[in-house]
Design a protein around this ligand. Structure first.
Ligand code: F6P
Length: 346
C-alpha cells in the first residue's frame, strides 16, 4: 500500500477514536437477567471498541452475582472471536438477590475498585437497569446499560437486543403449527413470552396472521374472544391460531383454552407454550446490527463521561436515556396494531 493511502487510512482509524473525557482506563462488562440472542454480539462490540480506544477490558461472569463473587476475567480481542452469531451469553447470566442489598452492592463496588475498573457496561432488561440505577445512586460509579431482553419492554429504544430474533422464532414455530391446525381443522392457543408486556405476541401475531392476539396491555373480554372465534370458524375458517401473551390478564394459553371450552362448542382445540425456545437461537441480522451499534455507543458514552444511562436506538439513531426514564416509563402498545389483526382477518 502506498504511503499516501496508509496515511489516509491511519487518519480514518484515528478519526474514529473518541476523546476520553472521563479518563477511563479500564471497563468491565456483564450480562444480567434473562439471556437474549444478540447479547454476545453486544459483548463483542463493547470489548472490541474499548480495546480500539486503548482501554483494558474485564468480563464479569454471571451478572451482578459475579460482581459480588469477584468472578472477573480479563478480555482481549480474541476473547470475543467467532461469537457474533452465537445465542446466549459467553459471560453467562444470573439473577442476584444479594445485589438487591446495600451490603451486596458494597462488595460489588469494592471488587470493581480492587480490579481498578473505572466503568461498567451492563447488558440486560428491566431488572438489570433497576439494579444499575440503585447501584449508581448508592455508589459514585459510571454505569451504562444496553437493552438486552427479548421482551422489548424498555422505554427509550425502538427495539431491544433479542426481540427481533424472538419474533422470527415465534413466526417460524407458528407457521409449523398452522400446517397441522389446517390439516386437522383445529384451533391452537399459542403462548409466547414477554413477562408483563405484549410486544412479542402483538408483532408476531401480525407477522403470522394470527386470528386473535391477547396481550396484558388491553383487557381480554372472553365473550368477545369467543364470539369472534365462533364467527371465524363457522363462517370462513376451518382453523385458527390465537397468540396469548404469558402475562395476559385472562391468563395463559391453557386458561384461555379452558375458558373457551366452557362455552360448549365442539371446537378441536390444542395448546402450545413456546417457552424458552424464544430465548435461543443465532441472532438475526438486525439483532447483530443493533447489538454492535449499541456496544460501540456504550463505550463512546462512557468516554464522554456519561453515566446512569441506557444506550438505545430510535429511528436508527443512537440515544442516551437516563435509567430513571427507561425504567419508570412503560413503553406503550399501539392500539392500532391490534386493530390490524382484526382487519386482516375480516
Ligand atoms: O425477561 C425475559 C423472559 O424471557 C420473559 O419473557 C419471561 O417471562 C422470563 O424471562 C422467564 O424467566 P426465566 O428464564 O427465569 O424462567
Amino acid at each position: 500500500m502506498c504511503i499516501e493511502a496508509k496515511k489516509i487510512l491511519s487518519l480514518r482509524i484515528d478519526f474514529n477514536k473518541s476523546i476520553n473525557m472521563a479518563n477511563i482506563k479500564k471497563v468491565a462488562v456483564l450480562t444480567s437477567g434473562g439471556d437474549a440472542p444478540g447479547m454476545n454480539a453486544a459483548i463483542r462490540a463493547v470489548v472490541r471498541k474499548a480495546l480500539h480506544e486503548g482501554l483494558e477490558v474485564m468480563g464479569v461472569m454471571r451478572g451482578y452475582e459475579g460482581l459480588i463473587a469477584d468472578d472477573f476475567i480479563p478480555m482481549e480481542s480474541k476473547s470475543v472471536g467467532n461469537i457474533i452469531q452465537r445465542g446466549g451469553t459467553i459471560l453467562k447470566t444470573a439473577r442476584s438477590e444479594r445485589f438487591r442489598t446495600r451490603e451486596g452492592q458494597q462488595i460489588a463496588y469494592d471488587n470493581l475498585k480492587k480490579h481498578e475498573v473505572d466503568a461498567l457496561v451492563v447488558i440486560g432488561g428491566d431488572g438489570t437497569f433497576r439494579g444499575a440505577r440503585e447501584f449508581t445512586e448508592n455508589f459514585p460509579f459510571p454505569v451504562v446499560g444496553l437493552p438486552g431482553t427479548i421482551d422489548n419492554d424498555l422505554y427509550g429504544t425502538d427495539m431491544t437486543i433479542g426481540y427481533d430474533t424472538a419474533l422470527n422464532t415465534v413466526v417460524e414455530a407458528v407457521d409449523k403449527i398452522r400446517d397441522t391446525a389446517a390439516s386437522h381443522e383445529r384451533m391452537f392457543f399459542v403462548e409466547v413470552m414477554g413477562r408483563d408486556a405484549g410486544f412479542i405476541a402483538l408483532r408476531s401475531g401480525i407477522a403470522c396472521g394470527a386470528e386473535d392476539v391477547l396481550i396484558p396491555e388491553t383487557v381480554t373480554y372472553l365473550d368477545e374472544v369467543h364470539d369472534k372465534l365462533v364467527k371465524y370458524m363457522t363462517e370462513k375458517k376451518t382453523s385458527s391460531i390465537i397468540l396469548v401473551a404469558e402475562g395476559d390478564d385472562a391468563g395463559g394459553a391453557y386458561d384461555i383454552r379452558n375458558a373457551m371450552a366452557k362455552y360448549g362448542e365442539e371446537f378441536d382445540m390444542r395448546v402450545i407454550v413456546l417457552g424458552h425456545i424464544q430465548r435461543g437461537g443465532s441472532p438475526s441480522a438486525y439483532d447483530r446490527y443493533l447489538a454492535s451499534r449499541l456496544g460501540v455507543a456504550a463505550i463512546d458514552a462512557l468516554l464522554d463521561d456519561q453515566r446512569s444511562v441506557m444506550c438505545g436506538m430510535v429511528h436508527n439513531e443512537i440515544v442516551l436515556v437516563p435509567f430513571n426514564k427507561t425504567i419508570k416509563h412503560h413503553k406503550t402498545i399501539d392500539q392500532k396494531m391490534l386493530d390490524i389483526v382484526d382487519v386482516l382477518n375480516s
